[in-house]
Structure formats: structure tokens, C-alpha cells
Design a protein around this ligand. Structure first.
Ligand SMILES: Cc1cc2nc3c(=O)[nH]c(=O)nc-3n(C[C@H](O)[C@H](O)[C@H](O)COP(=O)(O)O)c2cc1C
Length: 364
């Protein structure tokens, strides 16, 4: 579907405001998710070949997942698997429902295949999302692949009460997902990224793990910003052992901007917010490589940032990612992207002579 999407569907979507196009797409996918027929049809077009991998105790049919932010309201939970994705990360979800920042707050930088957003964690709150997830389960439409939830901090909660805010969301969602990602790296909630500071983060991890002492404890990951120094990253990594952190998601969007002489891009890049897509690719790979080296390959990494094709995904895997995620690539390349990337990764495995995906992780 690469060509038909780019030539037919994308022009229609891209003629609209970015968030309107997103809302429309999610509405259609949400409806499709409720229909077994529509799900079967999507699956027949977009199912990816099998490339199984096991990471932090969970089995993934393939390593290409949906990044956080695409399905903040758990509106289309059954569909992501039908689009060939090996897992999805819903949210960000915050304890309190909140509207996010005023619109417009999502901007496409088409020539650079990038997006600037300052959504500000618009979501229906942990309890409403939990209810939505229960509904999907009751309908018998729950996907077979692992489902993660990205946890954010409510804007109204003061920074010093953050741990409680994250732990509250985790408590009500704990039984409804397979893994959780502590998001302290969004640039769009005031001062959120200060929570990447070791002491603050330690408090959040402690509060969440306190709620996680059950027979069926869930893997807890942390998502980091690409704008962190390696020293600051190393401080986060020091918490991994003591707080039993299952992995790192690298990375969130960047507040930096690339050089450009294109006036249209300049206008988009002057918007406040986080930048995703192509211009983020190299920095996010650098972060992955650093984390892999520092942890001697012992800590699973989900690589995200500027993945549009199998080469980009392979670059992240070779740098140390066991799984990858896409957001902007899906917007620009369309629903066939996962199938294409997974197919391409299988070819790469054959060509490079590694025996399986696991052997490719951190190989370069
Ligand atoms: C509109 C938009 C909203 C996002 N919302 C979230 C979010 O709620 N939580 C989060 O951790 N990341 C969020 N992200 C970041 C993505 O999950 C991802 O880390 C980033 O976009 C880089 O990947 P990409 O280049 O494939 O888009 C968002 C990204 C975009 C473009």
C-alpha cells in the first residue's frame, strides 16, 4: 500500500490540519476495530511476516511496534495488530483527564518528513482509559500482541507530587496491559523533563514498584529524551538495577531543530514543541548505542525516532535496540509500513548471516 497511500490517501489527509487528520484516522480505525470483518480485511492487506522475539519476558510476533501518542484514548486497540505491528504502546495516560494545550498543536514538516507537536498529554484519564480497555476485552477483541501503556504526569499535579500521580495511574491500569513506560521526557508538560533527574525519578520508580508487588508484576520501562547528556543518561541507568527497571525507550521527541533555509520548514520549526521523524533519527540512534554500551547489552532497549524503513530499523537494532517503534513513519508511509519493515528485516538477517534477530542486536 506504499504507493496508493502516498499518492491517493496521504494528499487527502495532508490537505487537512494535522490533528484533524489524526482524529479522523483514529475514528475510522476505532470503528474498524469493532468489526471482525474490517479487522480481517485489514489483516489480509497489512499482516507482517513472523519475526518472533522475546523481550522482558513477553513474546512479540515481530519487533516493530506502535509508538506512544498515536492512540492516546485506547480508541483502536484491536487494529494495530491487524496493521502488522508486533505490539502497541497506548497513551500517554495521566491520572486526571486533561484537554492538553490549545490547538493548533501538531504541525507537519513535510519536506523533512517530520512533525512538531505540543499536544500536552490530552487524554481521558487513567480511570476512563481503564474502562475503555475493559470494554475491548469484554467485546472479545483484545489483540494477541503485547500492549503497553505510556504513563505521563497530570499537568495540575505539582512536580513534588509526581510519584503519587504516576503510581495512581499505574494502580488502576496494572492488570490491563502487559508493560508500562514511565514517560518523563515529553517536552510539552511544564518541567516534566526535570523528573529525569535521578532523585525525582527514583521516587517515581519506588512508588510504582510499590504498587507492582503482585504475583503478576509488570515490566516497567522508562522513556528518555534525546536531548539528555550521556552523563544524565548514566544517572538514570544507575537506577535500573535497584528499581528493577525492565528496559529503556529511546527516544522521545527533541526540542532541538535542524538547520534549514526552507522558509516553510522554518515556520514549522519555530513552533514550540517536540520534533519527531527523520531529523531525530541519528540522535536517537546515538542514545541507543550509548545505553547498550553502558549496560553491556543487558538492558532491553526499544528504539524509536525517525524510523521509516527497514534500513532505519536495522540501524536501531544494530545499535542495540531489541524492539523498535514508529509514529511519524506511519503518518508519512501509511499502514503498509510495518509489513515492509518486518519483511526488510528478514532479508537483512539472511544477508548479514546472523542466525536471528537477537544476534543482530548491538552488532554494529
Ligand atoms: C503527535 C505526537 C504525540 C506524541 N505523544 C506522545 C506521548 O503521549 N507519550 C510519549 O511517550 N511519546 C509521545 N510521542 C513521541 C513518540 O512516541 C516518539 O517517541 C517520537 O515521535 C519519535 O518517533 P518517530 O520519529 O517515529 O515519530 C508523540 C509524538 C507525536 C508526533
Amino acid at each position: 500500500m506504499g504507493w496508493p497511500y502516498r499518492k491517493l490517501v496521504r494528499p487527502i489527509l495532508f490537505a487537512q490540519d494535522a490533528e484533524r487528520a489524526h482524529d479522523l484516522t483514529l475514528k475510522i480505525l476505532g470503528r474498524a476495530g469493532q468489526s471482525k470483518f474490517a479487522c480481517a480485511a485489514l489483516n489480509s492487506f497489512f499482516a507482517a511476516p513472523e519475526l518472533p522475539v522475546e523481550v522482558f519476558g513477553l513474546k512479540f510476533q515481530n519487533p516493530v511496534g506502535l509508538a506512544a501518542g498515536m492512540d492516546k484514548f485506547a480508541a483502536a486497540v484491536p487494529v494495530w495488530e491487524k496493521l502488522g505491528l508486533g505490539f502497541c504502546e497506548l497513551g500517554a495516560v495521566t491520572w486526571y483527564a486533561q484537554p492538553g494545550n490549545p490547538r493548533p498543536r501538531m504541525f507537519r514538516a513535510v519536506a523533512d518528513e517530520a512533525i512538531v507537536n505540543r499536544m500536552g498529554f490530552n487524554n481521558s484519564g487513567a480511570e476512563a482509559v481503564a474502562q475503555k480497555l475493559v470494554e475491548w476485552k469484554k467485546l472479545g477483541l483484545w489483540p494477541d500482541h503485547p500492549v503497553g501503556i505510556n504513563l505521563g504526569k497530570s499537568k495540575m499535579t505539582p512536580l513534588e507530587k509526581s510519584a503519587e500521580d504516576y503510581a495512581n495511574s499505574f494502580r488502576v491500569l496494572r492488570e490491563l496491559a502487559d508493560f508500562f513506560v514511565v514517560n518523563v521526557s515529553s517536552p510539552n508538560t511544564p518541567n516534566l523533563r526535570q523528573l529525569q533527574d535521578q532523585a525525582a525519578l527514583d521516587e517515581i520508580f519506588a512508588a510504582i514498584q510499590e504498587q507492582n508487588r503482585t504475583q503478576n508484576s509488570k515490566p516497567i520501562l522508562v522513556k528518555v529524551a534525546p536531548d539528555l547528556s550521556f552523563e544524565a543518561l548514566d544517572e538514570i541507568l544507575e537506577l535500573v538495577g535497584p528499581r528493577q527497571i525492565a528496559g529503556i525507550v529511546a527516544t522521545n521527541t527533541t526540542i532541538t531543530r535542524p538547520q534549514t533555509s526552507d522558509s516553510r520548514l522554518e515556520r514549522i520549526y519555530s513552533e514550540t514543541g517536540g520534533l519527531s521523524g527523520q531529523p531525530l533519527r541519528v540522535r536517537s540512534t546515538e542514545i541507543i548505542r550509548h545505553v547498550f554500551r553502558q549496560t553491556r547489552g543487558q538492558l532491553p532497549i526499544i528504539g524509536v525516532g525517525g524510523i521509516f524503513n527497514a534500513d532505519d530499523a536495522w540501524e536501531k537494532i544494530a545499535a542495540g535496540a531489541s524492539l523498535v517503534q514508529i509514529y511519524t513513519g506511519l503518518v508519512f508511509e501509511g499502514p503498509g509500513i510495518a509489513k515492509k519493515i518486518v519483511g526488510g528485516l528478514i532479508q537483512k538477517i539472511k544477508k548479514t548471516g546472523v542466525r536471528n534477530l537477537k544476534e543482530a542486536v548491538g552488532s554494529a
